[in-house]
Design a protein around this ligand. Sequence first.
Ligand SMILES: Nc1ncnc2c1ncn2[C@@H]1O[C@H](COP(=O)(O)OP(=O)(O)OP(=O)(O)O)[C@@H](O)[C@H]1O
Ligand SMILES: [Mg+2]
Length: 364
Amino acid sequence: MKILSLQLNNFRNYANAFVEFDDGLNVLCGKNASGKTNMLESVYLCSIFSSPRTSRDRELVRLGQETAQVRLVVQKLYRKHTISLQIDSQGKKKVAVDGIPVNRAGELLGVLGVVFFSPDELKLVKDAPQERRHFLDVGLSQQQKSYFIALQRYNKTLKQKNNLLREYRRSAHIDDMLDVWDDGLAREGAILVKKRTEYIATLNKAAGRFHGIMSAEAEELALSYETSVPLDGDIESALREALCAAREKDKELGYSTVGPHRDDIKIEINGKDSRKFASQGQQRTVALAMKLGEVVIYKNELGEPPVLLLDDVLSELDLERQRLLLKLTDGFQTVLTCTEYGLDVPAKVFEVQDGSVGEGKRKK
Ligand SMILES: Nc1ncnc2c1ncn2[C@@H]1O[C@H](COP(=O)(O)OP(=O)(O)OP(=O)(O)O)[C@@H](O)[C@H]1O
Ligand SMILES: [Mg+2]
């Protein structure tokens, strides 16, 4: 799929901006703080509904203004859609697709597919498991609505169970209630574990290929899904047993200690755990390979590629790797930000300056 146009009104540092993107590589070029990441953020919002950088949505509205608007036209395989997003100064968001209001994030998912990479993404490799679960949840939710639904149910049940554990863990009747919540957690949790395990197995191949190319075949990447408790055989029954076995500990601690909300992705390079040992450069290569892998899986799963958003990736790579990376993005629409674009890879280049964006010039 490809974004045809993007219009911003009072979004972040943009008063008014309008861009028409090309099929292939698009480059947003400008000084620091000019508004490049802001523009990628607006695209991300039209896809995932939440910002990749803030949970305080009112920050998205241009200072001194009442409402921000984003209007994005996406061309898909067989259809064209217009996504209109509105954010008010209280941070309340409204979204419509082709003029029809969409009530939940779940209904927006799947209209525009994006994969976003920023220097922040290094935390995917080194930070707490939460980052890696988030990667799985965003990737899988975009590709499979059934995953998103199971995830929402799971999270809601988990919250209810944790509330109960916190408030009433010394009460005599708590076990009956916990049985109900654990039943739900085992049922929805099994869906999450199964889909995540399959996803990681596919990603292992796709990301492994990209990683091989980017490391000049010197390093081998291995990804696997790591559960907080061993889950052999039928996952749902195994999960139910694990929840039961952890019951007393959960009551003692006041929260739920086992389940997919505690799982992780194991990342190894040449047999060594990257979460502990990867160098800065290795983390970057792994994170990029995982994101590019996500693009390929999306395409195989849904029949067309998502839009790739690359924030500030070139500055960290040598020339050879910059060229290589852009070659790997061949075949899907990419929006890339940088402070200077001197590569000989054809692109449509937009100058971004202090919250305004130029017309875009094709560079051969
Ligand atoms: N709600 C807002 N109203 C007005 N200006 C804002 C708002 N939110 C952010 N900004 C401004 O937007 C600018 C940052 O834009 P952005 O992060 O897109 O920069 P960038 O071009 O990506 O820079 P860099 O190259 O450093 O990454 C800052 O100057 C910031 O003050
Ligand atoms: Mg930026």
